[in-house]
Design a protein around this ligand. Structure first.
Ligand code: HEC
Length: 501
């Protein structure tokens, strides 16, 4: 059923040896380098080359008429037969900039292709025609397990969703789970380059698989689903990371606290009920302009927490916490009037493993009396204008108090664009800065199912959030290139912000 194109080995090794000797790369032997992946290469080609060289490499891309030289038909079998892979790789690496061919190596490109990706693209040129053909027959298979009891699910319904390359939800199909826990979807005549995932609704919650792809060369993919039982007991809830970002306004201090929740029990934590909210996020009395967001494990994919439950300065999202590390990421932002020497404080209900604060290095600091230890100074996202002091403290047991005292007068700071830092009111920007800290501290892995469990909301919001999450997954799994991912995500975020504001 599955057909893998096997590149001729001798050719590959010769090619790698030539490539590395030419560029003096550090990799010792050709054997250590994985074989070129033509499917990945064709995907990169579509994102980085097709606009000039054309979707099938026939020299007819949309930018072709504007170039000083015509882009050659590099997908033409006659061209490929007459050129050696090394020459092609070298041109891709260095470019011929005066003639309109950009270089893709690190010296000439701000978003360079790795050596492996260049090999992949060269191999991908050979399969371009087939990558755009419909797939006559393909199959999605998998098993559904219950992660709480460690057993297979023997009944129920699995849904397969297909996303277009633009991350629109395309098709969806459903089928029954077999008595042995397996399922399969036999599909016919599929468009190329779609992205697939499966999900199962179990006791009212949706659990989704990772995402997969089908191509003319890979006509079968496995998309297993793990479901979990539910618990109302918060014994397994911990905060793996609690990070705080402090910024100053003229007479205000703006605090962003990021919580990365883990659940050490094998059941999904749903609070007393999802409707009454799950984890508690307390804020200080008197906090204003409160913004509550859910993060999706990446630099700026986020969405406002919908319809939170708010009581006595405690906010709870209607979002469950899946078993595992860092399965729920929340950001709470608020503002307080600033006075030097003020203490900001609120309860910290759960055991907290890693805890730190970052504050601009502009005259103010955190008092080290309450067990805060100064750490190294780091540069924030806004570059040199945004140097931050960092402080950390030991892990805290459940039902602790989170408190810190700010000392000194911050001077007014300008960001890279010459704006006052305190005018950076934009949620995205703060979130970016904050989540970058998280990423620096630890690699966060939020799995596919964390986004499939949003409470019901207006369908277009949910659809957008899903599309962003699907896009990020696609990028993580290297089924879209960085450039395509960034462009598309910015576009989706813009749409999302427009709906929410
Ligand atoms: C901005 C347009 C543009 C983009 C993007 C672009 N190319 Fe080119 N490419 C050109 C032009 C124009 C030439 C012809 C240069 C010349 O006449 O010397 C060329 C030449 C080439 C050649 C040399 C062909 C030969 O033997 O004469 C190769 C190989 C090539 N491109 C591959 C790629 C690949 C692979 C990508 C994507 C990673 C890519 N190009 C992206 C415009 C582009």
């Amino acid at each position: 059923m599955t057909f893998h194109k096997q590149p001729r080995k001798f050719k590959v090794i010769l090619f790698l040896t030539l490539f590395f000797s030419a560029f003096g790369a550090q990799i010792a032997t050709a054997q250590e380098q994985p074989e070129p992946d033509p499917i990945n290469g064709a995907t990169i080609y579509a994102a980085r080359c097709a606009n000039c060289h054309g979707p099938l490499g026939m020299g007819d891309g949309e930018l072709a008429p504007n170039l000083p030289n015509p882009p050659p038909a590099i997908g033409d079998p006659a061209y490929l037969a007459s050129t050696d892979p090394f020459g092609i790789a070298q041109t891709i690496y260095n470019g011929r900039v005066q003639n309109g061919m950009p270089g893709f190596g690190p010296e000439s490109n701000s978003n360079p292709l790795t050596e492996q990706e260049i090999f992949d693209v060269v191999a991908g040129l050979e399969i371009l025609p087939r990558m755009t053909e419909p797939i006559p027959a393909a199959r999605v298979i998998g098993q559904v397990g219950n992660g709480s009891v460690g057993d297979l699910l023997t009944s129920g319904v699995v849904t397969l969703q297909a996303f277009t390359p633009e991350f629109e939800e395309g098709l969806s199909f459903s089928t029954d789970i077999q008595a042995d826990g397996s399922f399969n979807f036999d599909l016919n005549n599929l468009p190329p380059n779609w992205i697939y995932r499966t999900f199962v609704s179990y006791n009212g919650l949706d659990f989704a698989s990772n995402i997969g792809r089908l191509t003319p060369f890979e006509t079968e993919t496995t998309l297993n689903v793990i479901v979990f039982d539910q618990t109302t007991d918060d014994a397994g809830i911990r905060v793996a990371q609690h990070q705080t970002l402090v910024d100053f306004g003229l007479e205000t201090v703006q605090v962003a606290e990021i919580y990365l929740f883990s659940n050490t029990e094998p059941e999904v934590y749903v609070g007393d009920s999802l409707e009454s909210g799950t984890v508690q996020i307390p804020i200080p009395a008197g906090a204003e302009s409160v913004i509550f967001l859910q993060g999706f494990g990446d630099v700026n994919t986020f969405a406002p927490v919908e319809d939170p439950v708010v009581e006595n300065n405690v906010w709870r999202p209607k979002l469950d916490v899946l078993p595992g590390q860092g399965t729920l990421q929340l950001l709470m932002r608020y503002r307080l009037p600033y006075e030097p020497g003020m203490t900001i404080s609120h309860p910290l209900p759960y055991p907290t493993d890693f805890i730190d604060i970052a504050i601009p290095n502009t005259g103010a600091g955190i008092s080290t009396e309450a067990n805060w230890r100064p750490e190294e100074i780091t540069e924030g996202l806004a570059g040199e204008a945004d140097v931050r002091l960092r402080y950390s403290r030991s892990p805290m047991p459940p039902d602790s108090t989170f408190d810190f005292t700010i000392t000194g007068f911050p001077s007014i700071v300008l960001d890279a664009d010459g704006n006052r830092i305190q005018q950076r009111d934009d949620v995205t920007e703060l979130l970016i800065g904050a989540i970058v800290l998280i990423i620096v501290a630890a690699v966060v892995s939020i799995t596919a199912y964390s986004w499939s469990q949003q409470p019901a909301a207006e369908p277009d919001k949910v659809a957008l959030v899903r599309r962003i999450a699907a896009l990020d997954l696609a990028y993580e799994e290297k089924t879209v290139t960085k450039r395509a991912w960034q462009q598309k995500r910015q576009d989706l975020l813009k749409q999302l912000k427009a709906i929410w504001s």
